[in-house]
Design a protein around this ligand. Sequence first.
Ligand code: NOJ
Length: 441
Amino acid sequence: MKYEIRFDFPKDFMFGVATSAVQIEGAHHVDGKGEDTWMHRYRVDPAKCNNADPDTAAGFYHTYPEDIKLLKELGVKCFRFSISWSRIFPNGPAEVNQAGIDHYNKVIDELKKNGIKTFFDLWHCDLPWWVVALGGLTNSSFGDWFTSYAKTCFEAFGDRIDYWCTVNEPNLNAVSETSGGPKCFHNMILTHYRTIHLYKSMGLKGKIGAVLWIEATYPFTTSEKNRQASRNRMAAFAGRWLQPMFEGTYPDELINAGDIDRKVTTNWKKELEENFIPCDFIGVNYYSSRYVEYGESEYMNVKVVPNSISYLPTDDYGFGYYPQGLFDVLMYLHDHYPDKEIIITENGVGKKRLDDLDADLHDSYRVQHMREHLRSLSRAIKAGANVVGYLPWTFLDTNEGAHLGFDVVFGLVQINRETFERRPRDSYYYYQNVIKESRVD
Ligand code: NOJ
């Protein structure tokens, strides 16, 4: 048998890029936007946010026509973005802000005019502050607020949106944002079901799903206890969302750990059965992977072995570089959910921006990172993984939030923090060529 290794992609493969509203828009005080969680934290304690003022970010709110030109030149077929809930419902669940709707209509029209598919998250990191002040997901009205926001968006933009995402990385941001806990995650699942029912009832032509952060997880040694710890970690981190979103059940490992019965509600099984509706697709954010081992007193007996996965240096964000993990995640999904559509909705590398902005344009580490991950992806597709798109993180340098702010960047395009000039990095041109040839070297 002759083996030929060619890292190419199917003809209609959807190459794109991903970003989010609060991380690039700026213009916090414009057109009647309400306070969101990021602005609130910044206002209360800018130092804790590494002095990254969400009011500036990358200025995309005003520069979107010029930025969409850069997208067009890059050759992407899809742009993943989000809607800021606090632009649509600034002060509470009752009052819609037409100026917010008008703005996103213009952005969407500009994308469509340029032949770029639209992938919009309803919830990506930021929440209106009023939602949090009322208890977020701990408040039983959360589902009403969210679905009324979703309905407003479906009605206003649904005729031009190809992919909707209910929630981004609920396994991290979404739930911790509103005080966490198993009750919150169950409430999020029910809210996600309600949103999909609503969307399907409106007869719109796009697809709807969610975006999860998924890591490959490996036992540090092959003892049975470590293997069990590895399965537990997968169930606790990814399975907790994947399984209810695709199958309408929770993983046995979670149930056995008493996580559901003790902490959610005795009615959880009935609530899942009565409300379940599957996603059309799952978005995978892939950054890194982990070794785990058995830990007697740890949550679900899982002890994460720190910094063990990278065979090349960890990036400045703290992620271990492990492209093989992307292949393994996709094989996991292929084994468990062979018919489901998968989109890689994020993948990228965070580095400290250099003071020398000219030197900073030459991001060979990002080129290498992209090449190796795309090789893994191409292999996985050939091995049967049903992946239809790759949307790396990220288009422009973003506000990374928390203690990193604007200092650790993932952008294919550099933003000068003084002049806001945009300059494509080497990785932009590398990716442009990948898209053109539909293959990696
Ligand atoms: C995942 C999040 O969705 C995104 O908002 C964030 O910037 C990236 N990870 C990189 O940390």
